[in-house]
Design a protein around this ligand. Structure first.
Ligand code: CS2
Length: 487
C-alpha cells in the first residue's frame, strides 16, 4: 500500500499530516527544480501557512530535468514524508503543499501555462548553481552556454530556468497580467540580485523593452536558505515505510536545524513563512555571506579532503580531529572577512555548524557535496581568500579546500580508482589534469588559468599561487589525511 490521500488516515498518530482541506487550496507558487532541498525547506515553511488556514499558497513543482520526482509523487497525490533526524530521534511529517509536478522537457508548454496563471504570485527556484547558466567567477549569464543558445533561438520551448522565466514574463506582460515575484533559493552570492541580472540580460538579447519591464516591475528578493538535506537513500525509504505502515517513494530526510532569511519584497503578497521560523529583513547580504563562507566554505573543504581520505560522509569526516580543526580554522579565517548580521553570535554559529556536521543520523555523502565545484568555489572559498589577501592575512587554511578540489578533479583517487566527477566543466578539468600530470607545480597553475572559476586578479596573486600549489603538493605527496593533519 502506498502513501496517498486515501491512505492518510492509516498513518500512526505520531506522524503529523496536513490539517487543512487540500481540495480548497489554490496555486500561488510555482517552484522550479523540485528536489529534496525544496521539499525539506520551502515546502515545509509553506505547509505551516496552509496549516494556519491560508489556502492561497499551494505549490506546483516543476523539474527541468528528470521525471523521477513526478513519477514518485503523482501516485501519492503529491504527498511525501519529511523525516527530521537529530540527537533527540526522528520526527515525521507528511506534507501536502505540493499540488502537482510538471516535467519541463516532456511538455514545456504546460509549465509555461502554469507560469502564466493569473493566480500565481511567486516563482521559487532551487535549480542549483549551474541551473542559472552563469559564469561562476562573475555571476553573469553565459551567452555561449548551449542551453542558453537554444533558448534564445527557441523562446517558446525553453530548457533553462532563465528561458522559462523570461518567456513567462513576456506572455504575462502581453496579457496584462501582473508579474510574479522571483525568489531564488540557491546558494548564489546576492542571489536575488544575481538572478535579476541574469534574467534581464537574457531578455535584453531578444527584446530591450521586455528587459526594461523586468528590471522595473519584477521583484527579486534575495534570500539565505539553510538546511542540510542529503539525497534520500533506499535505507531511508525502507525505514520510513516501516514507521508509516505504507510505502512512500519520495520521502526526504533532513536535520532539525532550518533557517530562512528573506528580503521582504513581495508586491503580490506571500505566505506567512514566519509561522515556521522564517525571518524577514531588509538586507540579506550579511546573512548570505556568513552562510556561504562559514558553512558552505567549510563544507566543501571537508568534502574534497574527506572524500580523498576515503571518508564516505561528512559525519565520518568529523570523527577525525584534524578535519574538525581544519573546518574550525576555515570558519575562523572566513569570519574575519564578514560584515556580521545584526546581533549575530559567530562563536555560537560556528559551534552549531560543527554539531550539525557531526549529526550521525544524516548520511550526507562527501561525494554529493563535491559535485559542481567549478560553480561553488568562488562564493564559498575564493571570496574569503581574496578579502584575506587584501587585508594581508594568511590564507593557508582557506587554500586547503581549493587544493583538495584540484586533486579531486584529476578524476583518480588516492588508491588509483576512478572518481565520478560531476561538474559542468568536468571534461575540460580532466583534460587539464591529464596534460599536467600529478605534479602540483604544473597542475595548480593550469587549473588557475580556468577563467570561469578564478578571476584574473586572484589567479595572478603570487601569495595565492604559492599557497595553493604548496597545499596541492602536500596532498599529492602524503595523501589528504596527512596533509590535513599537518595543516
Ligand atoms: C552543500 C549544501 O551540497 C552542498 O554543496 O554544501 O547543499 C549544504 O548542505 C546546504 O547549503 C546547507 O544549507
Amino acid at each position: 500500500m502506498r502513501l496517498s490521500a486515501a491512505t492518510l488516515h492509516r498513518l500512526p498518530p505520531d506522524v503529523a499530516r496536513p490539517r487543512y482541506d487540500r481540495a480548497a487550496v489554490a496555486t500561488g507558487i510555482v517552484h522550479l527544480g523540485i528536489g529534496a532541498f525544496q521539499r525539506a525547506h520551502q515546502a515545509m515553511y509553506t505547509e505551516a501557512a496552509l496549516n494556519a488556514g491560508d489556502t492561497r499558497w499551494g505549490i506546483v513543482g516543476a523539474s527541468l530535468r528528470s521525471p523521477a520526482v513526478r513519477d514518485a509523487l503523482t501516485p501519492q497525490d503529491g504527498l511525501y514524508t519529511l523525516s527530521v533526524r537529530g540527537a533527540e530521534g526522528e520526527r515525521l511529517q507528511v506534507i501536502g503543499a505540493i499540488r502537482d509536478v510538471l516535467v519541463a522537457p516532456e511538455d514545456p508548454e504546460a509549465l509555461l501555462r502554469a507560469l502564466c496563471d493569473p493566480s500565481l504570485a511567486i516563482v521559487t527556484l532551487t535549480v542549483t548553481e549551474k541551473g542559472y547558466c552563469y559564469d561562476p567567477a562573475t555571476a553573469a549569464l553565459d551567452e555561449t552556454h548551449p542551453d542558453i543558445v537554444h533558448d534564445l533561438a527557441n523562446p517558446a520551448r525553453p530548457r533553462t530556468a532563465p528561458g522559462f522565466l523570461v518567456e513567462a514574463l513576456r506572455r504575462r506582460r502581453a496579457a496584462q497580467t501582473h508579474a510574479f515575484t522571483v525568489l531564488c533559493c540557491d546558494n548564489l552570492p546576492h542571489n536575488g540580485r544575481a538572478v535579476r541580472a541574469i534574467v534581464t540580460h537574457f531578455a535584453a538579447r531578444g527584446d530591450s523593452a521586455l528587459a526594461g519591464y523586468i528590471a522595473n516591475e519584477v521583484a527579486f528578493p534575495s534570500t539565505m536558505v539553510d538546511r542540510i538535506t542529503p539525497a534520500t537513500t533506499d535505507d531511508d525509504r525502507a525505514a520510513i515505510a516501516k514507521h508509516l505502515g505504507v510505502e512512500d517513494a519520495a520521502p526526504v530526510v533532513t536535520e532539525p536545524f532550518s533557517q530562512w532569511v528573506i528580503e521582504d519584497r513581495f508586491p503580490l503578497g506571500r505566505p506567512d513563512w514566519s509561522l515556521a521560523g522564517a525571518e524577514f529583513v531588509t538586507d540579506v547580504a550579511p546573512y548570505e555571506n556568513m552562510k556561504l563562507r562559514l558553512l558552505n566554505g567549510s563544507h566543501s573543504t571537508l568534502a574534497y579532503l574527506g572524500y580523498l581520505a576515503g571518508y564516505e560522509t561528512v559525519s565520518d569526516t568529523m570523527k577525525d580531529a584534524n578535519y574538525r580543526r581544519l573546518a574550525e580554522g576555515v570558519m575562523d579565517d572566513a569570519a574575519t572577512t564578514l560584515r556580521m548580521p545584526p546581533g549575530a553570535d559567530v562563536a555560537a554559529y560556528k559551534r552549531a555548524l560543527m554539531e550539525r556536521y557531526a549529526n550521525p543520523a544524516l548520511k550526507h555523502r562527501t561525494w554529493q557535496i563535491c559535485m559542481d565545484g567549478s560553480q561553488k568555489l568562488p562564493q564559498r572559498l575564493l571570496g574569503s581568500i581574496r578579502d584575506r589577501l587584501a587585508a594581508g592575512a594568511p590564507i593557508d587554511r582557506l587554500v586547503m579546500g581549493v587544493a583538495g578540489w584540484m586533486r579531486y578533479v584529476t578524476g583518480v583517487d588516492e588508491q588509483g580508482k576512478p572518481i565520478d566527477v560531476r561538474d559542468p566543466l568536468s571534461v575540460r578539468l580532466r583534460a587539464i589534469a591529464d596534460e599536467a600530470g600529478p605534479v602540483a607545480e604544473r597542475l595548480a597553475p593550469a587549473l588557475l588559468d580556468v577563467r570561469e572559476i578564478f578571476a584574473p586578479a586572484l589567479a595572478a596573486d603570487a601569495r595565492f599561487r604559492t599557497g595553493v600549489t604548496g597545499a596541492l603538493a602536500r596532498i599529492i605527496a602524503t595523501g589528504a589525511k596527512q596533509a590535513v593533519a599537518k595543516s
